[in-house]
Design a protein around this ligand. Structure first.
Ligand SMILES: Cc1ncc(COP(=O)(O)O)c(C=O)c1O
Length: 386
């Protein structure tokens, strides 16, 4: 894969290495956005088909991306917290059971568990990374596996840690959760779209993805996969579009007790979202065209030599086998003056995130090796003396 910068509208003097914060929209989105906004001025151009067909196409595109043959297992969500609220609503946690999470997980994947655990007198237990940087990712993964027991009702985790890109071995975690009859619920917001993920390989009980980062879609629209555990569950709201035969607008008050099949019951009200749906659909189709494996390989290719130099400078970046290439953290190990670095980056117009004691770098297909060299120069200029 080659650099795709021409498909984006990023300013030429900006080095944007922050897709983990928010993806830039592709140029084609602007054209689609103007088109769909214009249509809002003529509501009579919408047909019943417009309520259903674009959503069906979005589900199909996302199903292709995550390798499932069942688009009916996809629900449309406005946020990760919404998708996880549907999980919380159907956990049926019992007293003494445990929900397992990892240290400093994103709050949308923590707060719902605090509530259901308090209600059920269960616990939310956090697996911390080891204090050492030696084999940190390996040991952290081993500790997660060791923490899964018969008391575990669910492991709620991500594929990569949102703060520093530590890779969690979902295959091993899935195996252990099955051995102990526990659910596996994944927040894919910081990985799906840039790091290959296959339902066929991991078969999680749920996979929840915000759309505005690695899926390259607009803010406020996401997608979720719910597995068989949730087939007969209770959604957090009762929207008419989720009921069987809702496409028959003349029969809406022949109230329908049955839902559309599988995960359709979990879609948010007004899921047809005439403005945002075409944007996320176009973005995911583009990702499918590029191929997520190609995107991950491209991120590796443009970062590999800069990472080697950063390590030579004494900075810590997780071992390659336990981190992603599209999102990784750089821990300064007292080698860098953080205030000087922030000023230097600002001057050079380089955008990254600072999360706790690490700098988070999130490259994507619009970046190139030169962008990483510029970042490296700023680190060198900010190195503490002596
Ligand atoms: C891992 C992760 N999950 C979820 C979100 C967003 O959650 P929500 O859609 O509930 O605002 C973010 C945003 O940064 C994130 O990094």
């Amino acid at each position: 894969m080659r650099c795709q910068k021409e498909k984006f509208n990023l300013d030429s003097d900006i080095t944007y290495l922050n897709c983990s914060y928010m993806s830039p929209q592709m140029k084609q989105m602007e054209a689609i956005g103007i088109e769909v906004m214009k249509r809002q001025g003529k509501p009579y151009t919408y047909s019943i088909n417009d309520f259903f067909e674009p959503v069906a196409q979005l589900k199909q595109a996302f199903a292709d991306l995550i390798e499932t043959e069942t688009p009916d297992r996809i629900a449309i969500i406005p946020s990760v917290s919404y998708g996880l609220a549907n999980v919380a609503n159907n956990l049926h946690l019992k007293e003494g059971e445990q929900i397992l999470v990892v240290d400093e997980q994103f709050p949308s994947n923590i707060y719902p568990w605090h509530r259901v655990a308090a209600e059920a007198k269960a616990t939310v237990d956090m697996v911390h990374p080891p204090a050492t940087q030696n084999n940190r990712g390996k040991i952290w993964n081993e500790n997660i596996l060791a923490a899964i027991t018969d008391r575990t009702k669910m492991v709620a985790i991500s594929h990569v840690h949102w703060k520093d890109g530590t890779l969690f071995d979902l295959k091993a975690i899935r195996k252990k959760t099955i051995e102990h009859g526990a659910l596996l619920v994944i927040d894919g917001t910081q990985s799906v779209g840039a790091l290959p993920f296959s339902i066929k390989e991991i078969y999680p009980d749920a996979l929840i993805c915000g759309g505005y980062k690695w899926l390259m879609g607009p803010y406020s629209l996401g997608v979720a996969y719910y597995g068989p555990y949730f087939d007969n569950g209770t959604p957090i709201e009762e929207n008419w579009l989720n009921r069987l035969n809702s496409e028959d607008f003349t029969g809406l008050v022949d109230y329908q007790p049955l839902y559309r099949p599988l995960a359709n019951r979990y879609s948010v009200g007004e899921q047809s979202n005439f403005i945002l749906t075409p944007l996320l659909l176009a973005a995911i189709r583009q990702l499918n065209t590029w191929g997520v494996d190609q995107i991950q390989a491209y991120c590796h290719q443009i970062t590999v030599s800069a990472i080697a130099e950063m390590r030579d400078m004494g900075l810590f970046i997780e071992a390659d086998t336990y981190r992603s290439a599209h999102l990784f953290g750089v821990t300064f190990n007292d080698q860098i003056d953080p205030v000087l670095l922030k000023n230097t980056l600002e001057e050079a117009k380089i955008l990254v995130s600072f999360r706790g004691n690490a700098m988070r770098i999130g490259p994507n297909v619009y970046n190139n090796e030169e962008d990483l060299t510029k970042l490296l120069d700023c680190l060198k200029k900010s190195k503490k003396k002596g």
